[in-house]
Design a protein around this ligand. Structure first.
Ligand code: DGY
Length: 321
């Protein structure tokens, strides 16, 4: 039987591409340049592709799905985030969608903790002191941060990643509170305190960490009003998506000291981002590295392959959207 024909929009780790090539007739994007919708459609057509594997750098909107040839039957995104996909348009076109949510969980939770610890121990500010040769004799009052232990960590979203962050934060002695639409059952809560509103969670939390998908409800929902619900000296962490945050409000809260610090791995408009963050010493910034480990990127590829293989073998995909 001939192999299904698959277009990759970006280069993936060599091992992933080798494994995919065993099961699919591949068209790769050798130079790894960013492709426009028109470029992707052109490749799908030229390769007579049955399947497409995309990443968060491709925006597949209504026009894309309208122009997509009918032989393309399934699209998997190499991500947990799905905000780059017009899901309704895919459904209307009859294209199946899948993603890789499980693979990303632990690595993303690690980065949330990295940011949380870096923000509360002011790692960026103090590394700058060392690098700039301003390190003086030890004393008892300089370079002070704040203990995470004993503090409330408010998790906005308590899905796979939120729960993985909670597991790690408990090891640091933090008390876990969370807000999302639906309360978890007791076994999943592991003692975490549920809040029925964002306001209630923010008023109770010294640290907050976002683990929500971008939806019309969450777009820009971290704004001047919601940040004002946090106690003075709070710390804000974002490993979810940058477009959930109003940058004017976050920059203002960091500058006026209402927030003690922030840890950000994601930004609106990446790889562009609001350059004002660069001048804020208590902002610890990373270039969207939540899933950037060798093991995680390989597992994401294998999970994508598992989705696509299941689709072509008429089995349920393990991670459909
Ligand atoms: C995801 O999976 O959505 C991450 O943000 C990128 O890998």
């Amino acid at each position: 039987m001939s192999k299904p024909r698959l277009v990759l929009t970006r280069r993936l780790p060599a091992q992933v591409e080798t494994e995919l090539a065993e099961r699919f007739e591949l068209l790769t994007n050798a130079p790894d340049g960013l492709l426009s919708s028109a470029d992707i459609i052109e490749r799908v057509r030229a390769h007579r592709a049955d399947a497409l594997l995309v990443t968060l750098t491709e925006r597949l909107d209504g026009d894309f799905f309208a122009a997509l040839p009918d032989h393309l039957r399934v699209i998997c995104t190499y991500s947990v985030g799905t905000n780059h996909l017009d899901i309704d348009a895919a459904r209307a076109k009859g294209v199946a969608l899948a993603f890789t949510p499980e693979a990303v969980t632990e690595a993303t939770a690690d980065v949330a903790l990295l940011l949380l610890l870096a923000a509360c121990r002011r790692a960026h500010e103090f590394q700058a002191i060392l690098r700039q040769g301003r390190w003086g004799a030890w004393n008892a009052w300089d370079n002070l941060g704040w203990d995470p232990g004993g503090q409330v960590l408010g998790l906005v979203g308590m899905g796979r990643i939120g729960q993985a962050v909670a597991r790690r934060a408990r090891a640091f002695g933090m008390h876990i509170h969370y807000f999302q639409r639906n309360r978890l059952d007791e076994a999943q809560e592991q003692g975490a305190v549920y809040h029925a509103s964002l306001e209630s969670l923010f008023r109770a939390s010294r640290f907050v960490s976002l683990h929500t998908p971008t939806t019309p409800q969450t777009k820009g929902f971290i704004n001047a009003e919601s940040l004002s619900w946090l106690p003075p000296g709070a710390i804000f962490i974002n490993t979810a998506r940058g477009d959930q945050v109003n940058d004017d409000a976050l920059v203002a809260a960091l500058r006026n000291g209402n927030l003690a610090a922030a840890g950000l791995d994601v930004f609106a408009g990446e790889p562009d981002f609001d350059r004002r963050y660069l001048d804020i010493p208590n902002a610890y910034l990373l270039p969207h590295i939540g899933t950037s480990t060798e093991q995680t990127r390989i597992r994401m590829g294998r999970d994508a392959a598992a989705n696509l293989c299941a689709f072509f073998e008429n089995r349920s995909m393990p991670w459909p959207i």
